[in-house]
Design a protein around this ligand. Structure first.
Ligand code: PGA
Length: 252
């Protein structure tokens, strides 16, 4: 499986010009990287700008950080999966813990996952526990987020699913999980997917790690944590750091 690295820019940078500059640097530096799928997730507003900048850098793709679940209608302020797809997004992050903290429920996450997969884009379902447990056990919350988030979704759509394991305590704290614990959690998530959907799907759904990833720990997570890629927040806003992360991952 080709490794997948997603840059979650969150509510950054401050201006369209800065967004273009960041995308330009990343696109230029990564032109030759072939064995890593690199995805940039800018704020909605910057999607067309970033796309315009990276168009020539064949490898790069765009993710949205969220979506609404309806494809049309009177929903002031919302953005539909169809609009995102038509604007060039290929991935949508769904159920990020920062959105859940603002009140997004499993039910809404489920509707969004369904809408994204039905649109033909790839859905990145984020799951993660609030506090680190002393021993590696499979946290109840992760099981629930998987079962609720993927409830009643057609098996045939799951080829476009990605899971991002992001322990909340590791996000933006500078305290990443250990590759060893990430490895065990990845095994547990895959085992749960196996129980839910069978071997074929469990084997092919990529599992990413996210939470204080830097160029110093990126390779280790992929190598020893056995994840299929990374979801990078803070470090993706520093173009040099982000490029280093991709180059590290590409050596594995
Ligand atoms: P971080 O964020 O890399 O800044 O910890 C990760 C995320 O929220 O996706």
């Amino acid at each position: 499986m080709r490794k997948l690295v997603i840059a979650n820019w969150k509510m950054h940078p401050k201006s369209p010009r800065d967004a273009a500059r960041l995308a330009h640097f990343v696109g230029r530096e990564l032109k030759k990287v072939r064995n890593v799928e690199v995805v940039l997730a800018p704020p909605f507003l910057y999607i067309p700008i970033v796309l315009g900048v990276i168009k020539r850098d064949a490898g790069l793709k765009i993710a949205a950080q969220d979506t609404f679940y309806e494809n049309g209608g009177a929903y002031t302020g919302e953005i539909s999966p169809l609009q995102l797809k038509a604007s060039g997004a290929r991935f949508v992050i769904v159920g990020h813990s920062e959105r859940r903290a603002l009140g997004e429920t499993d039910e809404v996450v489920n509707k969004k996952i369904k809408a994204v997969l039905e649109s033909g884009m790839r859905a990145v379902l984020c799951v993660g526990e609030k506090e680190k447990e002393r021993d590696v056990v499979f946290p109840k919350i992760i099981r629930e987020e998987l079962h609720e988030g993927l409830r009643k979704i057609k098996k045939s759509l799951l080829k476009n699913l990605v899971i991002a394991y992001e322990p909340i305590w590791a996000i933006g704290t500078g305290r990443p999980d250990t590759p060893k614990d990430v490895y065990e959690m990845t095994v547990l998530i895959r085992r749960e997917l196996y129980r839910m959907f069978g071997k074929k799907i469990a084997k092919r759904v990529p599992i990413l790690y996210g939470g204080s990833v830097t160029f110093r720990n990126a390779a280790e997570f992929v190598e020893k944590g056995a994840v299929d890629g990374l979801l990078v927040g803070g470090a993706s806003l520093n173009p040099k750091s982000f490029v280093k992360i991709i180059k590290e991952v590409s050596t594995i």
